[in-house]
Design a protein around this ligand. Structure first.
Ligand code: PLP
Length: 396
């Protein structure tokens, strides 16, 4: 589907619909009138076929406990093959009430209080909370930006952090939020080999797997080197970012290794006793079966919005750095060449009137960075850019 048709058909106003992004501004930023470009969801309705599947489920009228049948796995598998995602055997999969919730479960199931859990920062902030809130030791290896502006793992530093802290678990992010990398197979293999060698279990959050702006295919950690590292790996994924379904609270925990699975099950027996969300299941299945055309339209919008940011800001302010957006719809921006990092929050909220995610939420070293959400209409992005460039103009 082309960009114009997509926007015309699916754009939707979310203010006044109990939307965290818009109606939660007062709570989050202390100001209800900021223009929301934070949090990873969209101003787009889901594909028609998902809405039809949900209507059908609702029209049935009974919402008793649900279950997942073979047709669900068939739909996932067909999509996974086309999109290079983690293939599954049915018995490998456990269901969860979201990927964020699953970070907390993984930390509890596979580590003990006081154990070191590693992140490659800057990275999605709920991962930090999952470690800290459970009294584990958060240790991080900072991603490095090479001469061409590409963020990479620093494997030497990662090894030092692992050895010095006796790291038990690494929560990886692929594609990486917020730096937008779609890791290559050699990069993933370097990380997976290092973790395996030091007995560090890898949890790979692959929720942005479908949102690809590069021509390179996504590589699921589970498929690296023909599955060589799958016995030291747990993949967390969902179709919720892909089709804007996050509020339906349904995701996967994929554990190919039988011993790890047994360990998780022993832990989960005392904690996790929910059945699946009927609506989340119906929506996911319809998305995998029929969502291709919608996804193409959504990606065209994100590409356009990404280009708009780069064009406007290159003309306006060449000192702002944005890494190439390879995956996800989240644009990472280094504003340190423009604003005093200590004043970036004030600049965004008070001068620009924008609600964005702040760099220090992702790493204490990233004060002066911000993250913009591009999964919105071109009109919204252009308005956000007007606000940003007007704010920047006051600095000159
Ligand atoms: C890397 C990453 N993981 C997980 C999530 C959220 O997952 P869920 O909505 O399933 O809790 C997000 C949302 O922004 C994300 O960016």
């Amino acid at each position: 589907m082309d960009l114009e048709s997509f926007v015309e058909k699916f754009a939707v106003e979310r203010r006044g619909t109990d939307s965290l992004k818009w109606d939660g501004l007062q709570e989050r930023y202390g100001d209800p009138d900021l223009f929301a470009m934070w949090v990873a969801d969209m101003e787009f309705k889901a594909p028609d076929q998902i809405l039809d599947a949900l209507h059908e489920r609702i029209d049935h009228g009974a919402f008793g406990y649900g279950m997942i049948d073979d047709s669900y796995f068939e739909a996932y598998d067909a999509w996974a093959v086309r999109h290079h995602e983690a293939r599954v055997q049915r018995e490998w999969v456990r269901f969860a009430t979201g990927v964020v919730n699953s970070f907390f479960w993984m930390v509890n199931a596979f580590t003990e209080p006081g154990d070191a859990v590693m992140l490659a920062t800057p990275v999605y902030y709920p991962m930090h909370a999952a470690i800290r809130n459970n009294n584990r030791k958060l240790v991080s290896t900072e991603l490095v930006r090479d001469e061409s502006g590409v963020y990479r793992y620093d494997l030497e530093d990662m090894e030092r952090v692992i050895v010095e802290n006796d790291v038990k678990l690494f929560i990886a992010c692929s594609p990486h939020n917020p730096v937008g990398r779609v890791w290559t197979e050699p990069e993933l293999e370097g990380m997976l080999e290092l973790c395996a060698r030091h007995h560090v279990l890898v949890v790979s959050d692959e929720i942005h797997q479908d949102i690809l702006l590069t021509d390179r295919p996504f590589v699921a950690a589970q498929e690296v080197a023909g599955g060589k590292y799958a016995n030291n790996l747990i993949t967390l994924n969902a179709v919720s970012k892909t089709f804007n379904l996050a509020g339906l609270i349904h995701s996967h925990i994929i554990i190919p290794d039988p011993d790890l699975r047994a360990r998780y099950d022993r832990w989960a027996k005392g904690i996790v006793q929910t059945e699946v969300n009927l609506l989340g299941v119906a929506a996911a299945k319809a998305g995998w079966l029929y969502g291709e055309d919608w996804l193409e339209g959504m990606l065209a919008v994100v590409r356009r919005n990404d280009a708009a940011f780069r064009t406007r800001l290159a003309e306006f302010s060449p000192h702002i750095f944005m890494p190439t957006l390879e995956g996800s719809y989240l644009l990472w921006m280094d504003l340190r060449g423009q604003t005093d990092p200590a004043k970036t929050r004030e600049f965004m909220a008070k001068t620009c009137r924008l609600a964005v995610d702040y760099g220090e939420w992702f790493s204490p070293r990233c004060k002066g960075f911000v993250r913009f959400n591009l999964a919105t209409t071109p009109a919204n992005v252009d308005h956000g850019l007007d606000l940003l460039t007007e704010g920047l103009a006051t600095l000159h």
